[in-house]
Structure formats: structure tokens, C-alpha cells
Design a protein around this ligand. Structure first.
Ligand SMILES: Cc1ncc(C[n+]2csc(CCOP(=O)(O)OP(=O)(O)O)c2C)c(N)n1
Length: 257
């Protein structure tokens, strides 16, 4: 009897830099995809043994459970300060921070601005879902005008609650930032674009270029009280209008629009 060898065409395998733990994120949330892409790039660049990630509280709080590289927990908002210390003490390590918008653009504003202004040679990931996700959907500086949140139930009124904060554009103005871009991971094409940017950001660090900041606009379907599909649609229509995707600063130069 002849045996027929069936040749399988393997198109995808999970990176071993993602642990086997089941992700604790809500189905449809962008955090898990962002985690995976960062880990894939670190694996592809062969940096797994020299990478240290820093994640604070927020939905990223358990990143150390999912990312199979050395991780350090930071107090709320303080990841860029801790990342600064880790990189300065271990200049041969590759260091990244991973923060939400409540963390990076509210409680950690000072740490964020000064790390970027000093041009710390780290990669900063900023997942902007327009609210404080983990704690139940409270208003963040990035919440849109009119957006209903747990603490703005009638919608964000800019006359009393301020305007949505485009912190990424502000950070791009600082001389220490070398690369600043805004991405999303809600379609395969966007994931591919984001992955290229992640690689470039880590290459910048290896070349000692200064701070590379990648914002990822993400849905928070449970916090926004929508299905994952509706949340992605809402994100495209509303979040991208306020937070347009694209490069903001490349190779130390602001991108002309
Ligand atoms: C010093 C301090 N203040 C407040 C909290 C409560 N807290 C935990 S997570 C969080 C919100 C995080 O929101 P964000 O950074 O936007 O991340 P997301 O959960 O949306 O990904 C807050 C306020 C805390 N843990 N520590």
C-alpha cells in the first residue's frame, strides 16, 4: 500500500513570545493584537533575550502574563520614568513601554512629556481607546466631544470638561522624539502597517535615535457599550476623525500633510 504524504501549507504560527495563557481582554479588543505584533517583531529581530517591557495599570496590567520577555510593572502613569531608568542602567537592553490613554495622557502626562523631551532611547506604545477601560469606561483626556462615558453620561461638554487631547501631536513637537505615528490594528492591512512601524521603532532604538512613539487607536467595545463590529465602525467614523492615522514625525522630521 502506498502512503500519500500530505504536504501542509503552514501560513501562520503563534510566536513563542506570546505565552499560552488565554488573553484576558474582551473579545474584539485591540490590546491582544498589539501585544502579538510587538512580540512577533521582537522575535523576528532576535531581541527576545535582551528586551525589557514596562507596563503600568489599565488593561495592559497583565502584559507580563502574556508577553514572554522580561517585564516590569510600573505605577499608574510612570512607565516612561521607569523605562528611562531601565534603559539608562542597561543601555544594551531593548526597552519598551506600553500604556493606555488614561495612563499616558492623564496621570502620567508629566512622565510622558519629559521622557519624550529628553529623547529617551526607548519605544513607547500608546493604546488610545478614548476612555479608562479597565476601571469601567470613565472619561479620559482623549474622550471625544459629546462622547458618553461613565463620568460624562450626557456626553463630554468641552466647555467644562476640556477638549480631546491630541497628546501624540504635541509630543511630536518635542526635539527628543524621532518617530511618532498613529496606527490601528482593526483590519489585516492596518496590522501589517503597524508591524512595519514597530520594526522601524525598534531599529531606531538599536541605532540610538531617541524616542519612538507609536499610538494605536483601539476600540473598547465593552466600555463603549457596543458590539465589537459596531465599535470598529464607530472608531473609524469618530475616533479616526479626531485622531487621524498616519506618520506624524519620521526620522526626526515632522511629516508635512
Ligand atoms: C495611582 C492610581 N490611580 C488610579 C488607579 C486606578 N486605575 C487603574 S486602571 C485605571 C485606568 C486605566 O485606563 P487607561 O490607561 O486608559 O487603560 P485601558 O484600561 O483603557 O487600557 C485607573 C484609573 C490606580 N490603579 N492607581
Amino acid at each position: 500500500m502506498s502512503s500519500i504524504a500530505i504536504k501542509e501549507n503552514l501560513v501562520y504560527t503563534r510566536t513563542p513570545l506570546m505565552t499560552e495563557k488565554v488573553l484576558s481582554f474582551c473579545p474584539g479588543c485591540g490590546h491582544g493584537v498589539v501585544h502579538r505584533v510587538i512580540m512577533e517583531v521582537i522575535e523576528e529581530m532576535g531581541l527576545q533575550d535582551k528586551t525589557i517591557g514596562v507596563a503600568p495599570v489599565g488593561c495592559a496590567v497583565l502584559a507580563y502574563e502574556f508577553m514572554n520577555v522580561d517585564m516590569q510593572e510600573a505605577a499608574h502613569g510612570r512607565a516612561p520614568a521607569l523605562g528611562t531608568a531601565i534603559k539608562r542602567l542597561n543601555p544594551d537592553k531593548t526597552v519598551f513601554t506600553y500604556q493606555g490613554d488614561g495612563d499616558l495622557a492623564a496621570i502620567g502626562t508629566a512622565e510622558t512629556f519629559h521622557a519624550c523631551n529628553r529623547g529617551e532611547n526607548i519605544v513607547m506604545f500608546f493604546v488610545n481607546n478614548g476612555i479608562y477601560g479597565m476601571t469601567g469606561g470613565q472619561m479620559a483626556p482623549t474622550s471625544l466631544e459629546g462622547m458618553k462615558t461613565a463620568t460624562s453620561p450626557y456626553g463630554r461638554d468641552v466647555s467644562t470638561m476640556g477638549h480631546p487631547l491630541k497628546i501624540t501631536e504635541l509630543l511630536a513637537q518635542l526635539p527628543g522624539t524621532y518617530m511618532v505615528a498613529r496606527h490601528s490594528v482593526h483590519t489585516p492591512a492596518n496590522v501589517r502597517k503597524f508591524k512595519k512601524a514597530v520594526r522601524k521603532a525598534f531599529e531606531n532604538q538599536l541605532e540610538k535615535k531617541g524616542t519612538s512613539l507609536l499610538e494605536i487607536v483601539s476600540n473598547c467595545n465593552s466600555g463603549w457599550k457596543m458590539t465589537p463590529t459596531d465599535a470598529n465602525k464607530w472608531m473609524e467614523e469618530h475616533m479616526f476623525a479626531e485622531f487621524p492615522l498616519g506618520d506624524i514625525k519620521m526620522d526626526g522630521q515632522l511629516v508635512q500633510k
